[in-house]
Structures are given as structure tokens and as C-alpha cells.
Design a protein around this ligand. Structure first.
Ligand code: FES
Length: 333
């Protein structure tokens, strides 16, 4: 069957560069034809100037990631006909949040810079006697290896980076791929230093994630970056790395819901940012107020059934206490 593929073309750097536009190509597609197959067909038979990246053609190298009908995907893993049946169109664009070099090819410099920033290698424990056998080989229990197993499957395709909503608001945010790589090492039983964890707990790190879950939704390898970020947050708290706006925000939120059953946005801002920085947020607060997003603190009562909320907190605390006891016991063994 013939399907019209619309592909974003853009040449910001070429000598005769062109502005972004969508170019349509009619392509003969059969069952099983992937988007990457179709791109090759276009390049070979219709338009040799079309630029895109690919290497393995087997969902391993991560180089063919593009947006297909608005969602970041691997072109070599996505079939054209199901896409067309679902959306009645096939629009192929470059990944978001990375500058276009040409057509579907983006510049990954910022992405790799952030991966390097988290120090993507193991800092082994110095006192590792209990973790090695008599010949000096590491002994890793299956359950310990499984902790970072998903994170190890990342192929650095950039799909999560492209879908990340926080990245739209904060270009300095480390992003889901780099943070997943950080968990790959911080969650490793052999890891010895907490310096890396402190670094990523600062601004633009683990606490900047808005938990929109897009990264986990689009990951073509089921790596679950959001889970990795949540693991890093709980590890940071366990290690006492709590003197930052992210942890203060979480604590303020937990306390607000415990006391009133609601979020007291005003009090949360003061506790998170401190008095001076909160003053600068007053215009935003007034705007939120006008749109009904932030009830006046004086009108802020408790919800009906607040006792039930308190019971939930009590149960969670009991559970956490017993979990801590189990963990402590394990650590002491
Ligand atoms: S070409 Fe390697 S992942 Fe698609």
C-alpha cells in the first residue's frame, strides 16, 4: 500500500540552508516495513538529500531515535502501518530539546555532556573484603544485581530526554538518561563514594524532575528512568543529603497533607525557598490566587475526613519503621 510520510526538513547550517518545513513523500509500504526502512527507501529512490541517523537497525545502538506522530521512538523498531492505522498519518520529526543539525539529525553534545557530568563509572569501595572472594573476584548477589538491571539496559537513544517536560522549563536539568546512568552506579553494591549523589542532589538534579512519567512511557527498552530517579531520591535521603530545596519541598508537602489533607502552596513555597526568595514569588502567587490555584492560607481549613488521612500516615510510618529495621538487620549481617 502507498502511504504518505511527512518528514520534517531543516538545514540551519548548510550553505544553502532552509527553514523548517514538512515534506511529504509517497512510499510503498508492506506489512512489517519499519519507519527506518521507509526512510531508506526515500533516500535511495526519491531524495538523496534527506538526512537521518542509523546504525544497527536492531534497536540496540539507539542512533535512529526520532519523533513519530509526536512521540519519541526508535525508527528501526516502529512499523509504519500500525502508526498509520492509529493516527491516520505518519509524521516524522527530529527529537525535541536538542538542536537540529540537519533534518532528523540532532546534536547530542548537551546530552553527552550531562552523562559525563554524573561521572559514569564505578567508584569502588575501598573496604571491599566482604564483597570479594579469595581470588579477588566481586561476588554480587542476584537481588543486588537486579537493583540496577533496568538502568543497565539504557542505549542512550535520547527518547526520554526528548520527551522530558522538565527539560522544556530548565535546559540545565540533567535529564532522565543521565540520572538513570547515575543510578546504574550509585545503586551498585560495589559503589563507595557519596560525592556523586551529593552533586546530583543540587539544583538541576534529582529534585527538579516533575515526575510526569513521560520518560518511562517512551523508553524503547523499558528502562524506567522515573523509577531510577525515585531510587536516587530515597538513597539521598537515606544518606542524609537533605539540605536542599528539593527535600524541603517534599517535607513541606508531606506535612501540609498530614495537617490539613491539602497542599498549602504558600507555606510550601516559604519552606522550600526561604523567606527572601519567596518574596520574589509573590506576583506568581497572586496570579495563582486569581486563577483559583492557591487558596488563601487564612481560608485554608482541613478536609473532611482528615482523621482518615492521619491513619494512612500512621500506617505508612509503621511500615517504614519495620522496613528500616529489616534494612538495618541486613546491613549488620
Ligand atoms: S538503528 Fe540502532 S537502534 Fe535503531
Amino acid at each position: 500500500m502507498k502511504i504518505k510520510l511527512k518528514i520534517s526538513r531543516y538545514d540551519p547550517m548548510g550553505s544553502s540552508g532552509y527553514e523548517p518545513f514538512l515534506q511529504a513523500y509517497d512510499v510503498n509500504i508492506s506489512a512489517g516495513t519499519t519507519v527506518l526502512d521507509a526512510l531508506h527507501k526515500i533516500k535511495d529512490e526519491q531524495d538523496g538529500t534527506l538526512s537521518f541517523r542509523r546504525s544497527c537497525r536492531s534497536a540496540i545502538c539507539g542512533s535512529c531515535a526520532v519523533k513519530i506522530n509526536g512521540t519519541p521512538k526508535l525508527a528501526c523498531k516502529t512499523q509504519v502501518i500500525p502508526e498509520f492505522e492509529k493516527h491516520s498519518t505518519v509524521i516524522i520529526e527530529s527529537l525535541s530539546s536538542l538542536p537540529v543539525i540537519k533534518d532528523l539529525v540532532v546534536d547530542f553534545d548537551a546530552f553527552w555532556h550531562k552523562i559525563h557530568k554524573i561521572e559514569p563509572y564505578l567508584n569502588p569501595k575501598e573496604d571491599d573484603k566482604d564483597l570479594k572472594d579469595k581470588d579477588g573476584w566481586w561476588i554480587i548477589k542476584k537481588e543486588d544485581a537486579l537493583k540496577t538491571d533496568d538502568a543497565s539496559n539504557c542505549i542512550a537513544c535520547g527518547c526520554c530526554y526528548s520527551s522530558c517536560n522538565t527539560m522544556d522549563a530548565d535546559r540545565e536539568f540533567l535529564g532522565p538518561a543521565a540520572l538513570t546512568k547515575a543510578w546504574r552506579f550509585i545503586g551498585d553494591i560495589r559503589e563507595g563514594k557519596t560525592r556523586r549523589l551529593s552533586k546530583i542532589s543540587d539544583e538541576h538534579g534529582i529534585w527538579s524532575c516533575s515526575r510526569c512519567i513521560e520518560c518511562t512511557e517512551v523508553c524503547p527498552k523499558d528502562v524506567r528512568p522515573l523509577t531510577a530517579i525515585e531510587n536516587l531520591r530515597s538513597e539521598a535521603i537515606k544518606k542524609g543529603i537533605t539540605d536542599n530545596a528539593g527535600v524541603r519541598h517534599v517535607e513541606a508537602m508531606v506535612d501540609s497533607v498530614r495537617k490539613t489533607g491539602k497542599l498549602d502552596e504558600a507555606a510550601m513555597t516559604f519552606r522550600t525557598l526561604g523567606f527572601m526568595r519567596s518574596i520574589g514569588m509573590i506576583p506568581l502567587g497572586l496570579k495563582m490566587e486569581l486563577h483559583g490555584k492557591m487558596p488563601l492560607p487564612s481560608l485554608f481549613g482541613t478536609i473532611e475526613g482528615i482523621d482518615e488521612v492521619k491513619k494512612i500516615y500512621d500506617e505508612i510510618e509503621k511500615e517504614n519503621l519495620s522496613l528500616h529495621a529489616i534494612n538495618r538487620e541486613r546491613e549488620e549481617k
